[in-house]
Write a protein that binds this ligand. Sequence first.
Ligand code: ZN
Length: 395
Amino acid sequence: MADFEKAYKAVMEHEGNNHRQEQENTKILLCSDCFRDEGLKIEAYKIGIDNNDKCPKCKSVSGHKLTKGLVQDLCYRFFVRSTILKLDYGGAPLIQFNPQHFNKTDIDIPPWLADDVKLIEQAGEIGMFYYGPRFWMLGEVEPLKSLQNTDERNEIVEKILTAYPVRELTDKEYFYRLRVNPKVSHDFGEYDAAPDEHLGKNRFDDIGFPVLYGSPDLELCLHECRTTVEDNLFVAKLVPTQKLKVLDLSALLEEEGVKEFESVDIAIHFLFLAGEHSYDICRQIALKAKEKGLDGIIYPSYFSYVRTGAFPFETIYGRSIRRIPQLKDYAQSQSIPNLALFGRPVNENKVTVDCINKVVINRVGYDITFGPAYHKAYEDDTSIENHDDTTSDGQ
Ligand SMILES: [Zn+2]
């Protein structure tokens, strides 16, 4: 349990929620100027302490200073977060580190990183290694496999429909609908579900099955529509005119005594982090939900993690943070809900266009993190051997 507590605190610290470790350990060991790798230098500068003290290692006064805790944080950002390999469903970092591997780092690194890794290892008292992810992280989740199997899909979709909560949306729950280059920007019909010729291209809609997509998060709409500065953009604020019953797939499902590989919650979590190859499954869920008399679905956005900057497959000792009760709120805060309403709700008077605005993109910003470039690991699949035992783990 002591290890878990430590890991739990470490995870919270990685997200910048508290600086306990920093307070406990304020001794400066390195600075951003100590490193040779440009990405590592920039990452260290971003998280390091800004003061004019002389670095004990390289004597720089302008570099941002790092304590032991910050060195570990740097290692996490650069080597763990930035080496996540995303698969069709699920994903895991290629590299992990822990104190048990101190002085035993065995990852393949480019020559310009060799000295930097030694510095990190010594200051952080940690060692890096290739992570052997659990099978469930790579999509080996029973309900998810059943969803991909057309013979078993129906049964599991039924289960999803009964397991997840149904929410009622009222006129308090407005949302946005963005239109890129509309023909007539003030025509309310432009802000309804897409016309017939465009159906069957998105997550839930299909030929003969229109769906209106919206989000309470305007920036997310801009991401989802993959807008560019050249586009002529308009946004409508849409308000329900009656109570709408929607299935809430963005909820974190509590499943008593269920492991990750058998979890419906993990299956749904991975499903909405997956791209177009997952749409047939989503369409089946939508179709069944409509048959049950529901008006739509709330679902976690594919771009949640771009928007919140969170780490999509976060684990502690091989357990998903979604399965740890103390971290429920934290996990929930990482996903941003989107709304899909069946049919043509504007035309059917289920929602009304409250107002329309022009949207001008003045500036597009990127929030980037650097990671290591590899000779071997990125090309050679055999370097990630998955395993499912409980004796070794990444964190
Ligand atoms: Zn330095």
